[in-house]
Design a protein around this ligand. Structure first.
Ligand code: FAD
Length: 406
């Protein structure tokens, strides 16, 4: 393990999170961990110096939870990927683009998000939505086992038989709560040949496109994942279809198709335009029913970008208590995104009364009043018990963490 303090030339580069609003948080020290043993050592260092600690995967947490003034565990070099048949073991510091590229060399992939620099650990521990999710479920639904360093330094490998309660909790409760995960083993799926589609309309058509999308995308065949974005530039429905693409009721826009891309390239193409250095705010919720026409009209008059992600399909064929991810009956997720915090709040409030009250734990929202129900639903009590068992002293904590104040 290497300890990197503020005087080190790489300190600023390594501590920088994806979101600029957390760039001012300066760790006492960064512990660079290349092995599970290094993580044990870093934990012991933090505990004996009475410093808070937090693991850092890809650094994309919307609430800045992988930034700390204590010990930041940098896992970026713990990123090896091995493949045996369809079983793949991935180091917890790996980022998505590297994972998709390496697995594709073996004809494989895992369902997951597009953001190329998002970390596999943060994504999986909070669920993991992506283009193959309606077909294969969440990223965490493909998890077979995980190796974890617990708060007391014990190393456990958990799966359906060993420490099965921990394994249950790691599948969707949200990162940084039970220990430091050092590797994740998945059942991979075939890397598909797919069609990328982008359908566009002028902004003036936003309300009618949203209405048509709401009635179609969450119920579309599993092989189609169609997201919707309303921005200042216009309206866009985009995603991937495994096999032939049928735009359903959305065929009256301008349609662009590509079927010549490998799966990693298709995902990379869709994530172009990742956030830059601007501070962007967002709030989101899940919905179980379409938004009424008047609410849609109010939303499109607002100043925020609206990002709709379809749920349904395989996401919802897993019982809500089979894993820690409790949101198994939702139709879609709506994010309100923009540079003005108040505009985001106003937009969120317009839609809120039609929402299910559930919030995706990988899009954490510090302003929630009942975060326990919003993130965990009926799984909260069981999760609280598991937290007490594996981290009784609350070594892994942050606002809205299990084991903390409700
Ligand atoms: C540009 C962008 C695109 C995104 N796209 C998608 C998407 O398509 N689908 C989707 O579902 N989500 C998406 N997200 C949300 C993303 O899933 C979450 O932000 C996720 O938590 C990021 O994980 P990370 O490792 O990059 O972040 P980090 O900030 O490093 O970690 C997130 C949390 O997990 C903890 N953690 C990290 N590593 C470990 C570990 N090894 N052991 C234990 N805890 C750990 C951290 O302490 C923190 O609490 C996106 C986010 C961004 C910013």
């Amino acid at each position: 393990m290497e300890l990197i303090g503020p005087d080190h030339e790489r300190y600023d580069e390594l501590r920088r999170p994806a979101h600029p609003q957390y760039a001012g948080i300066r760790p006492h020290v960064i512990a660079r961990c290349e092995s599970t043993g290094d993580v044990v050592e870093a934990l012991s260092y933090a505990r004996s110096n009475n410093l808070p600690l937090t693991p850092r995967g890809g650094g994309h947490c919307f609430a800045g939870r992988s930034s700390t003034t204590g010990v930041m565990l940098d896992l970026s070099t713990l990123s090896a990927i091995s493949v045996r048949d369809t079983v793949t073991t991935i180091g917890a510091g790996a980022r998505l683009a590297g994972v998709y590229r390496e697995l594709h060399r073996h004809g494989l992939t895992i369902p997951g998000g597009c953001g190329p620099t998002v970390g596999i650990a943060g994504l999986t521990l909070g669920g993991g939505l992506g283009l193959l999710g309606r077909r294969y479920g969440l990223t965490c639904d493909r998890l077979l086992a995980a190796t974890v360093v617990l708060a007391d330094g014990t190393i456990v490998t958990c799966d359906a038989e060993r420490d099965s309660d921990l394994f249950w909790a790691l599948r969707g409760a949200g990162g940084g709560q039970f220990g430091v995960v050092t590797s994740l083993t998945f059942a991979a799926v075939p890397s598909p040949q797919a069609t990328l589609f982008v359908i566009t309309w002028p902004r003036a058509r936003a309300a009618e496109v949203i209405a048509a999308w709401q009635g179609w995308a969450p119920d579309a065949p599993d092989d189609i994942t169609a997201s919707l974005e309303v921005t200042a530039d216009g309206v866009k429905v985009f995603g991937a279809a495994l096999g032939r693409f049928d735009p359903g009721p959305l065929g009256d826009g301008e349609i662009a198709l590509r079927d010549d891309l490998s799966w990693p390239d298709l995902k990379r193409t869709l994530s172009e335009g990742e956030p830059d250095d601007r501070v962007i705010h967002s709030r989101s919720e899940f919905f179980r029913a379409p938004l009424p026409r008047d609410a849609v009209a109010d939303l499109v008059r607002g100043d925020c970008e609206l990002h709709f992600t379809p749920m349904g399909g395989a996401y919802n064929r897993v019982p809500g208590d089979a894993t820690a991810f409790a949101h198994r009956g939702e139709r879609f997720l709506l994010e309100h995104v923009g540079p003005e915090r108040d505009a985001v709040r106003r937009s969120w409030a317009l839609a809120h009364r039609f929402a299910s009250g559930r919030v995706y734990q990988n899009f954490p929202d510090p302003e929630l009043t009942d975060w326990a129900t919003a993130y965990h639903g009926e799984n909260f009590d069981r999760l609280s018990g598991i937290k007490q068992k594996y981290d009784p002293d609350g070594v892994f904590h942050f606002p809205q963490a299990l084991g903390g104040a409700r």
